[in-house]
Design a protein around this ligand. Structure first.
Ligand SMILES: Cc1cc2nc3c(=O)[nH]c(=O)nc-3n(C[C@H](O)[C@H](O)[C@H](O)COP(=O)(O)OP(=O)(O)OC[C@H]3O[C@@H](n4cnc5c(N)ncnc54)[C@H](O)[C@@H]3O)c2cc1C
Length: 419
């Protein structure tokens, strides 16, 4: 605490995803100057070929501090099904995929499914996003003859640049800001041998109703013979009374060591054939879902990643830091990435408020912020990784974090005891 006068600050935010936009809203609410840059154009931002839903649970408590009251009151508009209330379900039911028997309900704090796209659109209201600005590099200016000496500069692919007092990288799992801070090698992610099919689909009204009979927002199953996880969740409900308008998120994930040698995952035809063959081994409604997916449907596949090389980074005296997936890209099987991103955003805003009030220096508060984000991020990357392996191994399923702690937030030290 060295600065006692109110300071003018200008924060640069790189990436208009959920975390970047929430930071922007929080800074705006507190009268702190910022500029937010997004690599996509305003058109491609709205027409992304891939969108997904996310389970929001404990992280919801970090939203209201950043949003203005009117937007916070409209938050349900970002739900996959805006007609539901946060207490609509108590947890995620997990079934034996072969028999359909319910194994357990994975507990969570008021889980709701939110749409990534709807959340971005709600959080961008009132925010002047600079679209089409892909940041390629960020650094602290070291030029004693410049009046910007000691401030931070970001450079864009189009040759343009911007200068501010500090920069926060909210540019997602493949963050370029992370590369600028820790260097190319140390920023790289580790790929694990777990494959994920993830796409959205609209079914006929009868099947749509049947899927939601079990649980209003999601149902999951694990197949005992090969450990494949087969997930169905509600993704969009334009009209609650018209099931033909609903779309669902369909995911299958499995450990690559269970992929039969004859399967061709390199082509869409091969992936679709494999997806449908797997579905035939499942009980209802998972089997019918496979049968309903039409020939020619695109089945995107990802290999899961996380930041194994994560370690304390040099924030250049508080000038450069990370938030959200940029800081802790993790595997998705415990549904924690968004929830942690929201906590990061809210924490970042509150440290900027203390700097702007003159009650702390950038260097002090960003270091404290970084230490907490790193510890929480590493803890969750680690436990989510365990979950991603255990969930695909029937024999270990009952020892998995999912069974022992559900989706609840875990503190450092609880990991070993609970996983
Ligand atoms: C299949 C799947 C399911 C998931 N399910 C859940 C769940 O149930 N619960 C949960 O909590 N989490 C879940 N997650 C994780 C969640 O999606 C992420 O943690 C969350 O979206 C991260 O938000 P973000 O704002 O940090 O990053 P992003 O949403 O990725 O936003 C980053 C933004 O930065 C922009 N950008 C990128 N590079 C640049 C650049 N160089 N310059 C400028 N802009 C740039 C991008 O275009 C993007 O708009 C899931 C993830 C996946 C893949």
């Amino acid at each position: 605490m060295t600065n006692s006068t109110k300071r003018d600050l200008h924060v640069l935010i790189v990436g208009a995803g959920t975390s970047g936009l929430l930071v922007a809203q929080g800074l705006k609410k507190n009268g702190i100057a910022f500029t937010i840059f997004e690599s996509e154009t305003s058109t491609t931002y709205q027409t992304r070929p891939r969108e997904w839903g996310m389970t929001l649970h404990w992280g919801a408590s970090h939203i209201a501090s950043c949003l203005p009251e009117d937007l916070a009151a409209r938050f349900h508009e970002a739900y996959a099904d805006p007609s539901l209330t946060p207490d609509a379900v108590t947890g995620l039911p997990i079934h034996n995929g072969k028999t359909g028997d319910l194994i357990l309900e994975m507990g969570a704090d008021q889980p709701v499914r939110v749409s990534r796209k709807k959340m971005r659109n709600l959080f961008s209201e009132g925010i002047d996003v600079q679209y089409g600005k892909q940041v390629v590099r960020a650094y602290v200016i070291e030029d004693s003859s410049s009046h910007d000496n000691g401030r931070v500069k970001i450079e864009f692919r189009d040759g343009d640049h911007a200068v501010g007092d500090n920069v926060v990288g909210t540019d997602g799992a493949k963050s370029l800001l992370r590369e600028s801070i820790v260097g190319f090698e140390d920023a790289q992610l580790t790929t694990i041998p777990v494959n994920l099919f993830n796409f959205s689909y609209r079914f006929d009204p009868e099947l749509s109703l049947r899927i939601r009979e079990h649980n209003k927002i999601f149902i999951n199953s694990i197949h005992p013979d090969h450990g494949t996880m087969y997930w169905l969740s509600i993704m969009d409900v334009p009209d609650p009374d018209k099931p033909e308008t609903w779309s669902f998120q369909v995911m299958q994930s499995w450990n690559d060591n269970t992929t039969p040698p004859s399967v061709d995952l390199a082509t869409n035809e091969g992936r679709l054939k494999f997806f449908k063959a797997r579905c035939e081994e499942y009980a209802e409604p998972w089997r019918s879902v496979g049968r309903a997916v039409k020939d020619g449907t695109t089945i995107p596949m990802d290999r899961l990643t996380y930041w194994e090389k994560s370690k304390k980074w040099d924030n250049r005296g508080g000038r450069m830091t990370l938030c959200g997936d940029a800081a802790h890209p993790m595997t998705p099987h415990r549904g924690q990435g968004l929830n942690n991103a929201l906590q990061d955003a809210s924490n970042f805003v509150s440290i900027m408020v203390s700097v702007s009030k003159g009650s702390a220096t950038l260097a002090e508060v960003v270091q404290a912020y970084d230490d907490e984000v790193l510890e929480r991020g590493q803890t969750e990357m680690d436990i989510s990784l365990k979950q991603s392996y255990f969930v695909h191994d029937w024999d270990k399923l009952m020892q998995s974090p999912m069974v022992k702690i559900g989706m609840h937030q875990v503190k450092k030290g609880e990991v070993e005891e609970s996983a």
